[in-house]
Design a protein around this ligand. Structure first.
Ligand code: TLP
Length: 340
């Protein structure tokens, strides 16, 4: 089976498992796990922020940020296709009493004017806008890298209106590798950033929330409330440290493989995709004449797993466990399956 459903499918390498086994550990609820502390320092430093907190998942990182920047009755301004609005089980509403003001972007991109128009004046009868949240890379838009000048212009709007600025940087590493812009520069405009170690970087578990020391201390408390205070978590933090040191630069290979996949898919009848739009490791492709769910089932029989993302849209994601030969084999299987 060639599994293209997500880059979350990466498995820890032998070297990573050795690093995990050798990790020095302590009780992280007492802030005494040296490996977790080290990971937090490394990520804070790499992202140019004061402090960092290891969390169980990208969802937890984002939701802690939503909590930090809002109170019940407040509003988050975000792009309509973003993860916070679509794939977090309505956590912002369910946990924090917060409403999302979703703004339709163009392939994941929002302009400063889009954001400005979406920020309400703040009359007491309105939801109170408190934070603008962007996603880089933008998953549902197909691994799109946000344009940095747009981000800076949106920051100006948010600041002028007194709003906080959060980045869902689950795949910020991919954005950095694709653009050559260091991660710390990409996230400099944001107050808080949530990054994932468990996607293309290949750690089995874990994300990190970064931001100002005061906010991160508060986040530690909310993490505890959610049951996210973990004990000898250095075992997992060691995997993250190993991934950052040894896997980050390899993301360029995933991006090449994604382009190769998209170019191959573009030549298959019944598939519509523009390979020039593939910027990182995510390929969104359309099957205009078929239901995406039917294609998922058909490809599964042919030995290829992809995910349905809309009625006629599928997602395939490349990651470090898949080589060029797997991509070529997947393309042959897809072509056969769709011809049948
Ligand atoms: N995304 C998953 C699915 O939930 C869609 C995937 O397979 O891509 N932000 C972004 C931009 C994400 O893509 C994801 C995971 C998360 C946050 C959440 O991360 P986890 O799964 O660690 O909670």
């Amino acid at each position: 089976m060639i599994d293209l459903r997500s880059d979350t499918l990466t498995r820890p390498t032998d070297a990573m498992r050795r690093a995990m086994a050798a990790a020095e550990v302590g009780d992280d609820v007492f802030s005494e796990d040296p490996t977790a502390i080290r990971l937090q320092e490394v990520v804070a430093e790499r992202l140019g922020k004061e402090a960092a907190l290891f969390v169980s998942s990208g969802v937890m990182g984002n939701q802690l940020a939503v909590r930090l920047h809002t109170r019940p009755g407040d509003e988050v301004v975000c792009e309509a296709g973003c993860h916070i609005a679509n794939y977090e089980s309505a956590a912002s509403a369910a946990l924090w009493g917060v409403q999302l003001r979703t703004v339709e972007g163009s392939r994941g991109h929002l302009s400063a004017a889009d954001v400005e128009n979406a920020i309400r004046p703040g009359h007491y009868w309105e939801p109170q806008p408190r934070v603008v949240a962007l996603e880089n890379t933008h998953n549902k838009a197909g691994g799109v890298v946000l344009r940095h000048p747009d981000v800076l212009a949106i920051e100006r709007v948010a600041r002028a209106r007194g709003l906080a600025f959060h980045c869902d940087g689950a795949r910020i590493w991919n954005a950095s590798v694709a653009t050559g812009i260091p991660e710390r520069d990409l996230v400099a405009p944001f107050d808080t950033v949530s990054v994932c170690l468990s996607k293309g970087l290949g750690a089995p578990v874990g994300s990190v929330l970064v931001g100002p020391t005061e906010l991160i201390s508060e986040a530690r408390r909310y993490r505890k409330m959610l049951g996210g205070g973990m004990r000898q978590v250095g075992l997992l933090a060691a995997a993250g440290l190993h991934a950052l040191e040894h896997h980050r630069d390899d993301l360029a290979v995933d991006h090449e493989n994604a382009r190769r996949l998209a170019s191959g898919l573009a030549s298959i009848r019944g598939v519509s995709v523009d390979p020039d739009r593939v910027e990182t490791n995510i390929v969104m492709f359309d099957v205009p004449d078929r239901a995406a769910t039917e294609v998922v089932a058909r490809l599964k029989e042919a030995g290829v797993l992809v995910a349905a993302f809309a009625r006629h849209t599928l997602r395939a994601v490349t990651y470090r466990d898949l080589g060029r030969a797997d991509i070529d084999a997947a393309l042959i299987a897809v072509a056969r399956a769709l011809a049948a």
